[in-house]
Write a protein that binds this ligand. Structure first.
Ligand code: HEM
Length: 466
């Protein structure tokens, strides 16, 4: 039975209350398919937000060969991510990204994933992350020197600066290496992501072997990333020479039992490319949206600067300062609510399931969307307003634990969440005490939902002294 067959038979059944038979999915009628496809291509967030507004917490998009089951209640997110995660593999976009990420932690499944997670998790525990504060502060200091040089000068793309910062942190942290030499990494990741989105949006109808310019570009990008990883690994001291404590040393040790050298190499390559991609875009996106929001609200800019000055004075921050910067933390949390770097959590159902009385066929594409959950009017008053006070330690917690999931949830929750938060908070404080930004170009920035939530056209600003 195909997905559309099963949906057809479901849709023709009468609606029944929960528990008394399968419910009929709300959703746009068939005649709207061309418009939906256009919107899927041009305005994915608008498509999902509008549908949630029009149809409610459950929407079925029947789009020709593809049907998407969109669930937008926190209880639904809990079911898919935490209560029954074994039934939901990584879905659209991520499954395509697998071509470049291979069997890295983000895209692997089943036993392979479980083994990797066991090996990798200890490297990201709170105590270990604390030991990386020096790396973050070093990269933050390099960033402030670059910003210093821009004060009073022309327009700077702050989003690009945030990406350079997060790459710097990862290079030092993962490999003890300076990634600033590897300028090609950024564009190669862009091409790879662009391809993953293209494959998702064309519903996989354009095979990679076709002699198209985009396919050539993708293959070249994949080669560049592989070459970069080879260069980085080759530059490391030989095993046994130095007992490294960076992540790749841990991974190499864990792969030592693998007798096949090709598999050992492939394992390392996949993890390294995965960590570079998963770790740099997300944190850069968090910081970019934070600066955008903060720079639009002078009172918030003044408050974050005041906290940074009072807590840090002139000294460099340390890990312990994260807990002493509650307002900065609130600002970051609220920025991630409005603009969650991972805006969608696509999944594919392994077997048939039921959520809230709605039948999900085996193989169905299910979408949980932090972007729409974080703006759900049933759980967030004035959901589109930027109000860091929502996250004040004295404020009531979010109305539902799963109404706020910037790091995902359940067994596949982000492994780098402590690192990402530490990095965002410490760097935001370091920058805020010295600088403020004047937004240039159009007043509002449009979110561009790639694998992570980018800013269309970057973030052009003028850098001013605080
Ligand atoms: C503010 C920054 C970050 C945000 C918002 C974020 C968000 C997320 C989310 C939502 C997921 C779950 C994806 C899913 O379930 O489909 C995830 C997974 C993951 N993240 Fe992060 N992330 C951040 C920083 C980082 C950093 C710094 C690293 C590593 C250096 C990292 C590495 C990973 C990995 C490897 C996974 C896959 C985990 C697994 O499936 O077991 N992330 N991230």
């Amino acid at each position: 039975m195909t997905v559309s067959d099963s949906v057809g038979s479901l849709a023709s059944r009468p609606a029944g209350p929960t528990g008394s038979g399968p419910r009929v999915y709300p959703g746009p009628p068939l005649r709207e398919v061309p418009g939906l496809l256009r919107k899927l291509w041009r305005d994915r967030l608008g498509l999902l937000s509008d549908a949630a507004g029009e149809y409610g917490d459950v929407v079925r998009f029947a789009m020709g060969p593809k049907t998407i089951y969109f669930f937008n209640h926190p209880d639904h997110a809990k079911h898919v991510l935490t209560d029954n995660p074994a039934n939901y593999r990584k879905g659209m976009g991520l499954s395509e990204a697998r071509r470049i990420l291979g069997d890295g932690l983000l895209t692997s499944e089943g036993e392979t994933w479980r083994r990797q997670r066991q090996i990798i998790s200890p490297a990201f525990r709170r105590e270990r992350v604390a030991s990386f504060a020096g790396v973050v502060v070093g990269a933050g200091a390099a960033l402030t020197r670059r910003l210093d040089a821009h004060v009073g000068a022309g327009t700077v793309d702050l989003a690009r600066e945030m990406t350079a910062l997060t790459m710097d942190v990862l290079g030092r942290m993962l490999l003890d290496a300076d990634l600033s030499q590897l300028h090609m990494l950024g564009p190669a990741f862009d091409v790879a992501q662009d391809q993953a989105m293209f494959e998702m949006l064309t519903l996989g109808a354009v095979p990679l072997w076709l002699p198209l310019p985009r396919n050539f570009r993708f293959r070249a990008a994949r080669r560049e990333l592989e070459d970069a990883v080879r260069t980085l690994l080759a530059a490391r001291p030989p095993a046994g020479d130095k007992q490294g404590t960076d992540l790749i040393s841990l991974l190499s040790a864990a792969l030592q039992d693998e007798p096949d050298a090709r598999l050992r190499w492939r394992g390392l390559r996949d993890q390294l490319i995965t960590m570079l991609l998963a770790g740099h875009e997300t944190t850069a996106s968090t910081l970019s949206w934070t600066w955008y929001l903060v720079s639009s609200q002078p009172a918030v800019a003044a408050a974050i600067r005041q906290e940074a000055t009072e807590v840090l004075g002139d000294r460099m921050p340390a890990f312990e300062d994260v807990a002493r910067l509650p307002y900065t933390t609130m600002v970051i949390q609220e920025a991630m609510r409005l603009y969650p770097p991972v805006w969608g959590l696509p999944r594919k159902a392994v077997s048939a399931d039921e959520i809230d009385g709605y039948q999900i066929p085996a193989g169905a594409d299910v979408m949980i969307c932090p972007y729409t959950l974080h703006r759900h009017p049933g759980f967030w008053p004035d959901p589109d307003q930027f109000r860091p006070e929502r996250f004040a330690p004295t404020a009531p917690p979010p109305a539902h634990r799963y109404a706020y999931i910037p790091f995902g949830a359940g067994p596949r929750v982000c492994v780098g969440s402590h690192l990402g938060m530490m990095e965002a908070v410490l760097v935001a404080a370091m920058v805020a005490r010295g600088f403020r930004f004047e937004l240039q170009g159009p007043a509002g920035r449009d979110p561009e939902p790639n694998l992570s939530l980018r800013m269309h056209g970057g973030l052009p600003v003028r850098v001013l002294r605080a």
